[in-house]
Write a protein that binds this ligand. Structure first.
Ligand SMILES: [Zn+2]
Ligand SMILES: [Zn+2]
Length: 410
């Protein structure tokens, strides 16, 4: 049976709040119960990166660190004897020696797990980007964030490739990093019903001081685009003009539904590339697109960023099966990237798809449809909009392909 949610902004949760005395004038919106608009969740995600990722889970120090009551009992012991008794008791609980508890107390006093390292509330994505591109010293496999840098091996591929696309693709990518282990925290901020004006908090009334969150474990492939090549491309007037049209439409968007994104040529390129790769992984590597996610690190000014992380994250602490990080091996990644770029050249709905002036919500897609660029809603961070494969493939002779800009670096 179809349901009739109340018009936006009126009676969002009638069983909690008194419905307004007057009948709202706006017409009711009829939505089927399995329509995605009945419940649209709003989540925020962040990767666990150093220093937090270096917390040694399951160790005596970590057990005690998470047990504030136990720590207080040791610290507030009335006498040395009382302290010893408390420590012996905790050691029995943890199945360890009392000396290990003593050592854990010492470590916590020294500032475990951050050891004085300041954690700032700066831009999460910029911090993640930094953690991804930096080589982390003394990395242990049991940490939550484990990367393996393949950049040097990637650069060695230059000149060894057999196709022109692969040759240019090597130049287009600056860094290649396998993320062997990652942990993602997903927080549910609230949900909307049928385009409701205000999001409904998870506890409905908004009285709760906390939000529900999920810990997800997985792996991924991260790469950055060559900054010099990207800037040459960004300076092209045709590229700017096409991206500006997106930005204008985007500004017109209803503020409530706006995504937190700076619509720049590099964002449109990175986002479209991420989708093409996810679709290629689905077609070639047997990864269902719905199990993959994207994370776009993009900033066109200041500390410039242009990075793409394709990853899987599941609630199982064992993570996924390790197939994705294998695909970050330079040879395999190059094959994948080259075929993703080649796939951008055509769509089974061409020429209609390629010539689209704008479609999708607020006309925020151009050459991008379900047959070529769109991916399952759950995989996309940006509502499956701001996509256009013309930025990748170009349209001869009017619009340049991205890889055309690799030439002058040769
Ligand atoms: Zn298409
Ligand atoms: Zn997306």
């Amino acid at each position: 049976m179809p349901r009739i949610p109340f018009p936006p902004g009126t009676r969002q949760q009638p069983w909690v709040q008194e419905p307004p005395a007057q009948t709202p004038e706006a017409p009711a919106l009829l939505v089927e119960i399995n329509d995605v608009r009945v419940h649209t969740h709003e989540t925020r995600t962040a990767l666990v990166i150093p220093p937090e990722s270096r917390i040694r889970r399951g160790t005596v120090t970590d057990l005690l660190y998470s047990n504030t009551k136990g720590q207080e009992r040791i610290r507030n012991a009335r006498s040395l004897l009382d302290r010893k008794r408390t420590i012996r008791q905790l050691a029995r609980d943890y199945g360890c020696k009392p000396a290990e508890i003593d050592k854990a107390v010492e470590e916590i006093d020294l500032g475990y797990p951050l050891f004085g390292e300041a954690v700032t509330a700066s831009d999460l994505l910029a911090d993640e980007y930094q953690a991804l591109i930096e080589v982390i010293p003394n990395l242990r496999e049991d940490e939550d964030f484990v990367t393996e840098h393949h950049t040097d091996a990637w650069k060695e591929l230059d000149g060894t490739t057999d196709s022109e696309v692969a040759h240019h693709a090597v130049k287009a990518v600056n860094r290649l990093i396998a993320v062997n282990k990652l942990k993602e925290i997903m927080v549910l901020k609230g949900f909307r019903r049928a385009g409701g004006e205000r999001p409904v908090p998870p506890d409905i009334t908004g009285e709760s001081t906390w939000l529900p969150a999920l810990e997800l474990y997985g792996e991924g492939i991260f790469f950055t685009l060559d900054e010099a090549m990207l800037q040459r491309w960004e300076e092209d007037e045709r590229v700017c003009g096409r991206a500006d049209a997106f930005a204008k439409r985007y500004v017109k968007r209803d503020e409530q539904n706006a995504l937190e994104v700076d619509v720049s040529p590099r964002f449109l390129l990175c986002h479209t590339l991420a989708h093409l790769l996810i679709r290629q992984l689905d077609a070639e590597a047997g990864y269902p697109a719905a199990s993959l996610k994207e994370r776009i690190y993009c900033q066109a000014t200041g500390d410039r960023m242009a990075g793409i992380l394709i990853y899987v994250a599941v609630p199982d602490e064992e993570g996924s099966l390790g197939g994705l990080m294998e695909l970050a091996q330079p040879q395999r990644f190059l094959r994948l990237l080259a075929s993703a770029i080649e796939a951008a050249a055509w769509c089974s709905l061409d020429p209609v798809c390629a010539e689209q002036e704008g479609h999708g919500p607020d006309l925020l897609n151009r050459a991008a449809c379900h047959a070529c660029v769109l991916i399952p809603e759950t995989s996309c961070d940006f509502d499956n909009v701001l996509l256009d494969r013309t930025f990748v493939k170009g349209t001869a002779p009017d619009f340049p392909a991205y890889l055309d800009f690799a030439e002058s670096t040769a």
